[in-house]
Design a protein around this ligand. Structure first.
Ligand SMILES: C[S@@+](CC[C@H](N)C(=O)[O-])C[C@H]1O[C@@H](n2cnc3c(N)ncnc32)[C@H](O)[C@@H]1O
Length: 276
C-alpha cells in the first residue's frame, strides 16, 4: 500500500490542530533529560555512547547477522527503497547513519561516475566494515565517508539532491532533529527517504513476528556475537518507533510535503518519502 499525505490531509490537520507540537518520545524538546535506549530510560547524553558501544560490539558481524536474521530480506527492502528515490545520473546523495554502506552502494550505481554518495555515520567501526564491499563493487571513486553525528550533519544547507537513512533514525536521541537535518541539507525539490522497521499489519503475522524478534533474535544474537544484549536492543527500539502515520506527521511538521509511505513484507519495514 502506498499512502500519500500533504499539509491538507485530515490526519495531518488533526495532529497539528490538537497540539501544535508532535508528542513523541523522540521529539525535539531540549528540556527532556532522559530518552529511550530500547526499553530503558537513559540520560540523553548517555544514549549516543550506548549506541556507539552497541555498534562497536557488532560491527564486524553486522552484515552477516542482518542477512541471517532477516532471511536475506533486507537486501530486497534496501533495493526497493533506493529505487523509490528516483535518483538520476550526477546526483549528490547523503546516506545518513550509512553504516556498512549497503544503501550507498545501491545509490552509487544510479548516480553514475558524475554523481557522488557520502556515507555519514558516527561509528568508525561500522564504516570500516563496509569499505571492502565498496571496493569490491568498484565504487570507491563514487563513495566517500564522513564521520559525524546525524543530529548535526556536517554539510551546508541545500547541498544534496537526495538524503536517505536506512535502519538508523531509530537510534538517535532526538530523531526529529536528525530528520530536520536531512531537510536542511537537501536542495529544494530534493527527496528524503527513510527505511525503518515497523510492525506487521496482520495480527497473526504480528504475533509470530513478535515471538521471533523477542525470543529467537536475542538468542541467535547471543550465540553468534557473544553479546547477551546486542539483539535485545533491536526489537525493543523497533517497538518504540513511531507508526507510519505518526512518522508521516513528523515529516510534514518538519516541512516535507508531500509525504508518502510504502509498507514492505506486511509492514515489517516501511519506506517513507518526503519532498523538500
Ligand atoms: C542499524 S545500522 C544501519 C546501517 C545501514 N544504514 C544499513 O541499512 O544497514 C545504524 C547505524 O546508525 C549509526 N548511528 C546511530 N546513531 C547515529 C548518530 N547519532 N549519528 C550518526 N550515525 C548514527 C550507527 O553507527 C549505525 O552504523
Amino acid at each position: 500500500m502506498f499512502r500519500r499525505y500533504n499539509r491538507h490531509h485530515p490526519h495531518y490537520q488533526l495532529g497539528m490542530a490538537t497540539n501544535n507540537k508532535i508528542q513523541n518520545p523522540h521529539s525535539l524538546s531540549t528540556r527532556d533529560e532522559t530518552v529511550t535506549f530500547g526499553f530503558q530510560k537513559v540520560p540523553t547524553r548517555e544514549k549516543a555512547k550506548l549506541v556507539q558501544r552497541h555498534f562497536n560490539s557488532i560491527a564486524r558481524k553486522y552484515d552477516f547477522m542482518n542477512t541471517l536474521l532477516s532471511f536475506g530480506l533486507h537486501y530486497r527492502w534496501k533495493w526497493i527503497a533506493v529505487n523509490m528515490l528516483g535518483l538520476k545520473q550526477g546526483c549528490r546523495v547523503i546516506d545518513v547513519c550509512g553504516g556498512t554502506a549497503d544503501l550507498a552502494i545501491l545509490a552509487a550505481r544510479y548516480v553514475g561516475p558524475e554523481g557522488h554518495v557520502i556515507v555519514y555515520d558516527f561509528n568508525r567501526a561500522m564504516m570500516l566494515a563496509g569499505k571492502s564491499k565498496v571496493r569490491k563493487a568498484l565504487l570507491d571513486g563514487r563513495i566517500s565517508y564522513v564521520q559525524g553525528d546525524a543530529e548535526q550533519i556536517a554539510f551546508p544547507n541545500q547541498y544534496f539532491d537526495a538524503a536517505m537513512v536506512g535502519f538508523g533514525i531509530r537510534n538517535l536521541a532526538h530523531m526529529e532533529k536528525g530528520l530536520a537535518e536531512m531537510y536542511r541539507v537537501l536542495k529544494p525539490g530534493g527527496t528524503a527517504m527513510c527505511l525503518e522497521f515497523s510492525r506487521p499489519t496482520n495480527p497473526v503475522f504480528r504475533f509470530l513476528y513478535d515471538a521471533y524478534s523477542f525470543y529467537v533474535m536475542p538468542f541467535m544474537g547471543r550465540l553468534l556475537t557473544g553479546s547477551p544484549t546486542a539483539y535485545t536492543y533491536l526489537p525493543e527500539s523497533i517497538r518504540l518507533f513511531p507508526l507510519p502515520d505518526e512518522l508521516s506527521e513528523m515529516l510534514l511538521h518538519i516541512g516535507f510535503s508531500p509525504v508518502s509511505y510504502h509498507r514492505l513484507t506486511n509492514g515489517i519495514a516501511v519506506v517513507h518519502l518526503g519532498i523538500k
